[in-house]
Design a binder for this molecule. Structure first.
Ligand code: AMP
Ligand code: MG
Length: 320
């Protein structure tokens, strides 16, 4: 029997009983638990096989709850929260004392956002506690953007994937921390850098683990298919390097169909970066289930969401 269902009452019952539920958001599906239940939070790490140094994002139903979770809100954090919540922006701020260390990997900051999905907003409004929710995939694997992706990963571990359809944005939230009151991007994501800068001015990006010990979990290899994956700006030359292999191509806006490739997915024939982002992980899931020898992914234009997608694809293709 499928664990996918729209039964929000069942989600409330499970979460109130310190159990986990996969929830829809506009970015990717999350593996959610009560932030104040040690049992639930431990079970998130165990289910995902996620290392404890990798902190979780707290999900709230409204910006009005922010002060129950964080102790300081710099002016630019307030401006960003008002501009983009509910939405795909996570803020890393000084935590309140009652936020358990296991959620923050022992740090004195906590990551928090208000997701923009009607089902999960309703769920959060009905629950008397916020939800911690990392992406609902085993550690390092491709994030889920459809309920079926989660079911495939966790049908034996979970009782419920709350069905909210396909994730509209399809890529994780953009994470922003603060140094001396100034915003710093820790992770590029579903909210484009340009949109953020339009509101608070120029923002530094520190999304490599070498340059930012403050953002644990920025791993070189992440978001990975099990199939060997390469990222290139020149698909045609890359295909020629693997004459005997079963190749799947992930292209941006145009076709490379030839006898040398087994299959191809085009992310957006109209060169729409939003459409491309919404299809990115679903396409990787699809290619990863075709028993290919190699996935050749095309680098996206380095603007807007293209930057965020290139970040994910670089980590997917790292060190194979
Ligand atoms: P995920 O939930 O899989 O989207 O990953 C959440 C990411 O948020 C982690 O890998 C961290 O990089 C980041 N994060 C969460 N909490 C903090 C924090 N307190 N300080 C810095 N980064 C954080
Ligand atoms: Mg993740």
């Amino acid at each position: 029997m499928s664990i996918i269902s729209k039964d929000i009452q069942k989600a409330i019952a499970l979460l109130s009983n310190e159990e986990l539920v996969a929830i829809p958001t506009e970015t990717v599906y999350g593996l959610a638990g009560n932030i104040f239940s040690e049992k639930a939070i431990k079970s998130i790490f165990e289910t995902k096989k996620r290392p404890f140094f990798n902190p979780l994002i707290v999900h709230l139903s409204s910006v009005d709850e922010l002060e129950t979770i964080v102790s300081e809100v710099p002016e630019k954090a307030r401006i960003l929260a008002n501009a983009f919540w509910p939405g795909s922006l996570t803020l890393v701020l000084k935590k309140q004392k009652n936020i358990p260390n296991i959620i923050t990997a022992g740090k004195d900051t906590v990551a928090v956002r208000v997701p923009n999905h009607p089902v999960t907003l309703e769920l959060l409004r009905k629950l008397p506690f916020p939800l911690a929710a990392p992406s609902a995939n085993p550690f390092n694997q491709i994030s889920p953007t459809k309920p079926e992706h989660v079911e495939r990963y966790f049908k034996n571990e979970l009782k419920l994937v709350l069905d909210g359809g396909s994730c509209k944005n399809g890529i994780e939230s953009t994470i922003i921390g603060f140094e001396n009151g100034e915003p710093i991007i820790y992770r590029l994501g579903a909210l484009a850098l340009e949109d953020i800068e339009a509101v608070v001015g120029k923002v530094a990006v520190k999304n490599k683990k070498e340059e930012n010990p403050d953002a644990p979990g920025m791993l070189d290899k992440h978001y990975s298919p099990s199939t060997f994956t390469v990222l290139t700006s020149d698909i045609t030359s890359e295909i020629k390097k693997y004459p005997t292999k079963k190749i799947g191509v992930l292209a941006y806006n145009s076709s490379f169909t030839s006898d040398e490739i087994f299959t191809e997915i085009i992310l957006s024939k109209t060169s729409n970066l939003h459409e491309a982002a919404s299809k990115l992980y679903d396409s990787l899931h699809e290619l990863d289930h075709l028993n290919l020898d190699i996935i050749i992914a095309e680098k996206l234009p380095e603007i807007g969401l293209g930057k965020s997608m290139n970040d994910r694809l670089q980590r997917a293709a790292f060190n194979n």
